[in-house]
Design a protein around this ligand. Structure first.
Ligand code: CA
Length: 233
């Protein structure tokens, strides 16, 4: 991947959105190809051999979940889902189907670029593809291992009991290291757009996570903004 351009396949049926992404990603130096249906997308996966796929969750023919399933059986390339705002079920389901991250529409191009770089870096770090596949669903925070698929956390071999929302919040933060999230954004992502409550809910969950995982120095308060997860070096 050093000399050749990084290839990104965009599978998105809304052509204006696909065009904007194509324009922006090309400007960033990526080689980009567009597909407007799931079937076209699958053909391009073979023909174009992308390093990363941006996948719209709602396509006219195949669902995002169908495509992730086919990809997981046959390939090993990272996928970032594009989903409608506030549709938390889709996001959680997509991540459990093996998507590496997601972007909520409408999106900021700057955010898209950051997420692509983060996912590519993480994926390259994982090294050899077969190894990467086995490790795909494991996340780490300090001395704890998070298994996203089984929704379990082991710290020094001992299970840590988390509520579903604590677990989702933890996975979210760990999946986006060093990225600062406002309380509102976390509410939106974890509790859903329609959640009626206030940002103290987030504070309470963060406090409990820190306590349960002894993670005060890795889940950090950014004063006046929100929270971020900073992995230990
Ligand atoms: Ca769509």
């Amino acid at each position: 991947m050093d000399e050749e351009k990084v290839r990104i396949l965009v599978i998105e049926d809304e052509k204006p959105i696909a065009k904007i992404l194509e324009y922006d990603l090309k400007k960033e130096g990526y080689e980009v190809r567009l597909a407007h249906t799931g079937a076209d997308g699958m053909r391009e996966v073979d023909a174009f051999e992308p390093h990363l796929i941006l996948l719209d969750w709602m396509l006219p023919d195949l669902s995002g979940a169908d495509i992730l399933k086919i990809l997981a059986e046959r390939y090993d390339m990272p996928v970032i889902m594009l989903t409608a705002r506030g549709n938390i079920d889709d996001k959680v389901y997509g991540l459990s189907c093996g998507a590496d991250d997601y972007i909520t529409k409408p999106f900021e191009l700057r955010e898209v670029n950051i997420r692509i770089r983060t996912v590519l870096r993480r994926f390259r770090k994982a090294g050899n593809p077969s190894e990467a596949k086995e490790k795909k669903e494991e996340l780490y925070i300090k001395d704890a291992v998070i298994c996203a698929q089984e929704r379990t956390v082991l710290q020094c071999g001992e299970p840590v009991e988390l509520t579903p929302k604590e677990f989702d919040l933890l996975c979210w933060l760990v999946r986006h290291p060093r990225y600062v999230f406002t309380r509102d954004r976390l509410l939106d992502e974890i509790w859903g757009y329609d959640f009626v409550g206030d940002t103290r809910t987030v504070d309470m969950h963060i406090q409990r996570l820190r306590k349960k995982l002894h993670a005060g120095e890795t889940i950090i308060t950014v004063f006046g903004v929100g929270y971020k997860y900073v992995p230990e070096e």
